[in-house]
Write a protein that binds this ligand. Structure first.
Ligand SMILES: Nc1ncnc2c1ncn2[C@@H]1O[C@H](COP(=O)(O)OP(=O)(O)OP(=O)(O)O)[C@@H](O)[C@H]1O
Length: 307
């Protein structure tokens, strides 16, 4: 540990001791320490950069000044106790909070050189490039094939309409290629290639979740946001999803919310720790966060003293 790290750590212990003793902690010191602890230096390119993101739900201030850079083609885990704002932050990254009436967002989220909160952002295009996988598998009640091709068909990237078929210029071959590629990427092809026309709801929970990942890949995203994608799955299905996330990070930027700290430690390259009240408290290489965090509160959280 460097001298400055040791000093920071000692200061944080003092801060926590003061808090537990009930004395007022000088906000400025806390802010300064947090600013240092969330500064994450990494090699390589940035996929998404947030600057002073704040979210309110009505009167509730759910996220405070979140500024972080998410490295490209890697896995970033967001961890923290229930209600600290992890899902809220994830939803900021492709403007899914826009769908929540009570939510208001300020600050900037830079993706591909532009603030996605600028007027005129094409939300359909944004969400194609920054895809999302939800907590519970939610395939469409359609065939496995249609689950993959639905998005590209809807966006007009694939035309399999009756008219184009009659005119002999439909994209059926492209559709077949797309379905196979996405199912292979999601490590599902071998299990379903002989029943692509079966209803997706007949698949197991783990298979359904891999299908949802395949569906998210079909629009050719650069970033995949995952909100506890394995929390509804058994250990074997979870382990397959974790392996898959690992493989995907060669080509995609993955940002994952997880309650499972072992999972974050296993699959992520960097970890951001949010704590109660909607603050980002520390952000660093995953090994550093789990082995030697700067913040005493983060250490307490990771070692199970609260949360
Ligand atoms: N749609 C919503 N409307 C109103 N308040 C909300 C909404 N979604 C979240 N909140 C509030 O925002 C705060 C952060 O919630 P959020 O779901 O982002 O936390 P979280 O860390 O993801 O929690 P969990 O781990 O339990 O999923 C909470 O106090 C929550 O009640």
């Amino acid at each position: 540990m460097s001298d400055s790290q040791a000093t920071s750590k000692a200061q944080s212990v003092e801060t926590t001791n003061q808090q537990s003793a009930g004395t007022t902690v000088e906000g400025e010191t806390q802010e300064k320490l947090r600013d240092e602890w969330v500064q994450y230096d990494f090699d390589g390119e940035t996929a998404i950069k947030t600057q002073d993101v704040n979210v309110h739900y009505g009167d509730e201030h759910a996220l405070h000044d979140i500024s972080m850079e998410i490295p490209k083609n890697s896995v970033t885990a967001l961890i923290g106790p229930s209600g600290c704002g992890k899902s809220t932050f994830l939803r900021c990254l492709n403007r899914m909070n826009d769908r929540i009436k009570a939510a208001s967002v300020s600050g900037e989220v830079e993706f591909d050189g532009k603030n996605i909160y600028d007027d005129g952002t094409n939300l359909v295009e944004l969400r194609k490039r920054v895809g999302q996988v939800f907590q519970s598998p939610n395939p469409f009640p359609k065939s496995i094939r249609e689950n993959i091709s639905y998005g590209p068909r809807k966006h007009g990237d694939i035309d399999v309409s009756l008219l184009s078929r009659l005119l002999g210029r439909d994209d059926r071959a492209e559709e077949e290629e797309l379905v196979e590629r996405c199912l292979r990427q999601a490590a599902l092809w071998d299990e379903v290639n002989d029943r692509l026309d079966d209803n997706a709801l007949g698949l197991s929970g783990g298979q359904q979740q891999r299908l949802c990942i395949a569906r998210a890949l079909a629009t050719d995203p650069e970033v995949l946001l995952m909100d506890e994608p394995a929390s509804a799955l058994d250990p074997i299905a979870t382990s397959r999803i974790e392996d898959l996330i690992n493989d995907l990070s060669d080509d995609y930027t993955v940002v994952i919310v997880t309650h499972n700290m072992q999972q974050a430690a296993r699959i992520s390259d960097q970890t951001a720790v949010f704590l109660t009240g909607g603050y980002l408290v520390e952000y660093d290489d995953t090994d550093k966060i789990f082995e030697n965090p700067e913040s005493q509160r983060v250490e307490d959280y990771i070692t199970g003293k609260f949360g």
